[in-house]
Design a protein around this ligand. Structure first.
Ligand code: HEM
Length: 135
């Protein structure tokens, strides 16, 4: 097979993880994501006293895994990790919004953002304890 043929199939078959630039890119996105989260008055209180280095490491692993990277999330079960925090559906939507912003700022294609959003958005039932007020 010609080298150019191989290259083309690599492009066609690469994971979302590879497409966005792998570990360095995802680490940067997650760093920006938590910058947005802790700067948000609606959310900052939840993260007081949380060891952010460990949290970022786990979030990088989770995002990498859902993007098809060679990484396995080994943090706590998401329901256990968020239990008792009283996270509302509105808080959850705001957090997902910040992740979408961080991905968008990094130039990640909207199709990939859609897949990441769907995968992580699917964790809502495990994380949210207080239904939306509709406000
Ligand atoms: C897309 C939705 C979310 C995902 C994928 C997610 C994911 C995670 C992950 C992977 C961890 C680390 C668990 C561990 O250390 O073992 C974590 C911890 C945490 N999450 Fe979330 N989370 C989400 C939404 C939220 C929301 C909406 C809030 C609050 C408004 C929140 C607050 C926290 C806090 C405070 C911790 C640290 C817990 C601790 O270390 O004691 N998360 N989350």
């Amino acid at each position: 097979m010609s080298p150019s043929g191989d290259q083309q199939s690599d492009v066609l078959e690469q994971s979302d993880y590879q497409a966005v630039g792998g570990a360095p890119a995802i680490t940067a996105v997650v760093g920006r994501f938590y910058e947005l989260v802790v700067a948000d008055d609606r959310l900052a209180g939840y993260f007081e006293g949380v060891e952010m280095v460990r949290l970022k490491r786990h979030q990088v692993a989770l995002v990498s895994q859902v993007m098809g990277g060679p990484v396995e999330y080994s943090g706590r079960d998401l329901r256990a990790a968020h239990e008792g925090m009283g996270i509302s559906a509105d808080d959850f939507a705001v957090v997902v919004d910040h992740l979408v912003t961080a991905l968008t700022e990094a130039g990640v294609p909207s199709e990939i953002i859609g897949r990441v959003g769907a995968a992580l958005g699917g964790t809502e039932a495990d994380i949210v304890e207080v239904p939306s007020t509709g406000a």
